[in-house]
Design a protein around this ligand. Structure first.
Ligand SMILES: Cc1ncc(C[n+]2csc(CCOP(=O)(O)OP(=O)(O)O)c2C)c(N)n1
Ligand SMILES: [Mg+2]
Length: 333
């Protein structure tokens, strides 16, 4: 018997084939991010990058409940959100590399990817700016009377912005179908959460808006999956928003140039041991997956990322004549 009294090697939250899908998606994000890091080192990525490695269980656990016409709103750390929501790896990589075949014709780059065909409303470099956008998407859903939901990802730092209060308060009073997903990776750049707020758990703030707040281990994809299921069901059932706080950790510094020396070594080591992909792999092994099956997954992921990188590297840069196409401002203003 397992802890849950199941009497077999199944998992009470997810069956094996579904967990394999989630594991593969998380691994895809990890390998994709490792490739972005390499390409950045070769001077092939314009601007900077904020890698999602270490936080994969959050995007994957949430997006695995969403359909193509559900919405997500992302952040400056958004590659994982795009991939989890079903964006193509090749066009995502092309965008990061500033190439014409990218989702925004290479004009947005790492921090401004959008793919409306998959309900990915966009990333934003302005911390907290996505929260009212998700509330707006929720209002649009409610006015149109569909069963869609909108999920908004944001960090612990963003939860101290005024937009957090305004966005969640409005969603609460109008009972909008929004999931507010706080990715609490314990730092906003080099500022520890405890230097920026007194409450230890951001989920507690839900009480101020009269909505449910759920705190989960954000590196455990099963826990995130379970909490997101509850929040999606509440939203689709017309019962309003939920705040889900996922405690997680970035494997790297805040951005490519940050060595993250402000993080104590013991803390980093503990979180690296608690890696989300290591956890899902251990769970799959417990369920009886063979080494050969795991190797097949790894090979599939590696091929997919290689193909995406090749596509992006072969894509041309946009022509300077197109610089003002697809933007709101008039040329010369
Ligand atoms: C409004 C605004 N203020 C400050 C910044 C600079 N900045 C970029 S990322 C960041 C930290 C964000 O922390 P958090 O919301 O926890 O997200 P994380 O980077 O940890 O994923 C800051 C302060 C910004 N981009 N926008
Ligand atoms: Mg943070």
């Amino acid at each position: 018997m397992d802890d849950e009294g199941n009497g077999n090697l199944g998992n009470p939250i997810l069956d094996r084939s579904r967990l394999i899908e989630l594991h593969e998606k998380m691994l895809t994000i990890r390998v994709f991010e490792e490739r972005v890091f390499e390409l950045y080192g070769q001077n092939l990525v314009p601007g900077t990058i904020h890698l999602y490695a270490g936080e994969e269980a959050v995007a994957v656990g949430v997006c695995s409940h969403l359909l193509d016409d559900d919405y997500i709103v992302s952040t400056h750390r958004g590659h994982g959100h795009c991939i989890a929501k079903g964006a193509r790896l090749d066009r995502t990589m092309a965008e990061i590399l500033g190439r014409k075949d990218g989702y925004c014709q290479g004009k947005g780059g790492s921090m401004h990817i959008a793919d409306f065909s998959k309900g990915m409303l966009g990333a934003t470099a302005v911390v907290g700016a996505g929260i009212p956008i998700a509330t707006g998407a929720g209002l649009s859903i409610k006015l149109r009377g569909t069963k869609q939901v909108a999920a908004c990802f944001f960090g612990d730092g963003a939860s101290n912005q005024g937009t957090f209060h305004e966005g969640i308060n409005l969603a609460a009073i109008w009972r909008l179908p929004v999931l507010f997903i706080c990715e609490n990776n314990l730092y906003a750049m080099g500022t520890r959460q405890s230097q920026a707020m007194i409450v230890p758990d951001i989920a507690e703030r839900a009480r101020a808006y009269g909505i449910p707040g759920i705190l989960v281990k954000g590196n455990d994809v099963l826990e995130v999956f379970k909490a997101a299921k509850e929040a999606v069901e509440r939203a689709r059932g017309g019962n309003g928003p939920t705040l889900v706080e996922c405690k997680t950790y970035r494997r790297m510094g805040h951005s490519r140039m940050d060595p993250a020396a402000y993080r104590p070594r013991a803390e980093v080591d503990e979180w690296l041991r608690n890696d989300p992909i290591r956890r899902s792999k251990d769970e799959l092994l417990r369920m009886g997956i063979s080494d050969a099956e795991l190797a097949k997954i790894e090979a599939r992921v590696s091929d997919a990322v290689n193909t995406a990188a090749e596509f992006a590297l072969n894509s041309p840069f946009p022509d300077s004549k197109e610089a003002f196409e697809g933007v709101y401002g008039q040329e010369g203003t």
